[in-house]
Design a protein around this ligand. Structure first.
Ligand code: ACM
Length: 534
């Protein structure tokens, strides 16, 4: 099968090379049949939504809005039957949830989908068949056209994610919306919003107001490399109100992006303890919001009071985020304080547990039960495997792929996010010439080389790998511009692995398309890293 597919793809590429049009859609569609000529948008071109496709009206409106913003062409969206000199949106119930068909000819454009989401992805591909001006918000009176072709497309994975850490550094709502916009251009569908950290709590919880009035503020931040131990002596803070969160969730929904909130526990909780020390193992300790990067020893103590507190927080969080998954962190929870705590040691004995790892598993298991009882699914970093994986947990594998493999073998769903391929806080080029980053060595080519089908897993176990995600941790990423720089172009590699068919993948061909994508990224004003795109 693979070799037939390889031959077909090579033939497609040869045909593409011979055709008048060239195509450089990212992520690469599953099937693209080249054609000659262009469709030209005119002032009397219609955007037609057929009766069965009424649910796609908001997507059709996005097309007319974007044509208006970039070319000043005002096309009205109307209901009716398909016609020529039109972009026709039709319903096709034979297609999968996120699939679409897009046919561009000289006379018309036909978009078929089963859901608004599929229609939305057709639109994203259509934009990439047009000059980069379609992504600009400075109107031009150039001709708006789209290269003719026929596309049949559907994603390889249902979960195509990017994580942004708003804990170490805070990113304003306007940037979160822009990040969502940029994800949508490349058909990513899950935004993992890391909202709580040792260095700052970033989400308003009405029941516990100190989390925002105190725990969101640290007294100073590190400057330069960790080893320099230099601080800026300047208070730093920021948080999202519940109203802002609702606004962002609704915004993302329009772009068919689900948001997964992450509320860390029992580790990475020092900021929380700064306001509510009774939840720590040393209630008398004067905890402060952390100012140094790294893993804090100050963790939550598994008392009943702590569970009640965290469940109250999760109740507010679940009301804000309508998606299925709630991320509870679970990573990097040092056991030092649990080892020294009379309460923890007694609890281990009382519950018949072997050690502190099983105590962590008990903690996560209780939270899993609570989240599951509310009709949601719990997601945690791969440390939640230690001491036993709780029954409904989904695992995000970050310390390589081994945690994900172990979880898939236990028939748990997994998102692969191995640090060596998808930690976008790592250097993407020469550390001597790049802006300061946390470390690592992760060029675009390394990102693109990740293959989520792993030889350790059977076909049935492989089905538990529901997708992939890249993570932008922000110890050294203080500004939106730098966050974009670290995200792009590497997010394009992620998007392509997540969306496009498995094989064969050709890095130089991919880079060729990324280079062509520079025009679009420039029109979108993305501050991408240019090093590998020269
Ligand atoms: C992690 O990087 N601690 C998930």
């Amino acid at each position: 099968m693979k070799s037939i597919f390889a031959v077909c793809l090579s033939l497609t590429l040869i045909i593409q090379a011979q055709a008048q049009n060239t195509y450089s859609i990212l992520p690469q569609p599953a099937k693209l049949m080249p054609a000659e000529g262009q469709f030209t948008f005119k002032s009397n071109t219609a955007v037609v939504v057929t009766k069965e496709a009424a649910a796609f009206t908001s997507v059709a409106k996005m097309l007319s809005d974007q044509l208006n913003a970039s070319y000043g062409i005002k096309l009205s969206v109307k209901n009716g039957s398909t016609s020529s000199n039109a972009v026709n949106f039709t319903f096709n119930d034979q297609l999968a949830e996120e699939a679409y068909q897009l046919k561009v000819t000289k006379n018309k454009i036909d978009i078929q989908a089963k859901t608004g989401k599929g229609a939305f992805y057709a639109l994203q591909s259509l934009f990439q068949l047009m000059p980069a001006q379609i992504f600009s918000t400075t109107p031009s009176n150039q001709t708006a056209s789209a290269s003719a072709c026929s596309i049949e497309d559907a994603p390889r994975y249902n979960y195509r994610g990017l994580m942004l850490d708003a804990g170490r550094n805070f990113f304003p709502v306007a940037f979160i919306k822009r990040y969502i916009d940029l994800m949508a251009v490349y058909k990513l569908n899950t935004f993992h919003w890391h909202l709580t950290e040792d260095q700052g709590w970033r989400i308003e919880i009405k029941k516990y107001p100190l989390l925002t009035s105190q725990s969101s503020i640290r007294k100073e931040s590190m400057v330069g490399k960790y080893s320099d131990m230099k601080f800026d002596h300047t208070p730093y803070g920021g948080f999202y109100t519940q109203e802002e969160i609702k606004e962002v969730v609704a915004y993302a929904d329009k772009k068919f992006i689900t948001i997964i909130p992450e509320i860390e526990m029992p580790g990475h909780s020092q900021a929380l303890l700064a306001s509510y020390p009774q939840l720590g193992c040393n209630p008398d300790k004067i905890y402060e919001v952390a100012t140094k990067w790294g893993v804090s020893e100050d963790v939550l103590c598994p008392r009943e009071e702590t569970f009640t507190f965290m469940e109250n927080i999760l109740t507010e969080v679940m009301a804000l985020f309508p998606g299925k998954y709630i991320h509870i962190g679970g990573d990097e929870c040092p056991k030092t304080q649990w080892k020294q705590s009379r309460f923890c040691q007694d609890l281990i004995k009382k519950l018949g547990l072997k050690n502190e790892h099983e105590l962590q598993s008990y903690f996560i298991g209780r939270i899993d039960k609570f989240i599951t009882s509310k009709g949601k699914r719990m997601l945690g970093w791969d440390e939640i495997l230690e001491g036993g994986l709780s029954p409904n947990a989904m695992v995000m594998s970050w310390r390589g792929t081994s945690g994900g493999i172990e979880a898939a073998k236990l028939n748990h769903d997994v998102v692969m996010s191995p640090n060596s391929y998808f930690y976008l806080d790592y250097y993407q080029a020469n550390a001597k010439t790049e802006p300061l980053a946390i470390g690592g060595d992760l060029p675009l080519s390394k990102c693109y080389s990740f293959e989520p089908d792993l030889p350790e897993l059977t076909e049935a176990q492989t089905k538990h790998i529901i997708g992939i995600q890249a993570n932008v941790w922000t110890e050294y990423i203080k500004t939106p511009a730098y966050a974009e720089y670290m995200t792009f172009p590497r997010a394009l590699a992620l998007a392509e692995i997540a969306w496009s068919p498995k094989a064969p993948k050709n890095y130089s061909e991919f880079v060729g398309r990324v280079k062509k994508q520079k025009n679009n990224m420039d029109a979108l004003k993305i501050n991408y890293c240019p090093v590998e795109l020269k």
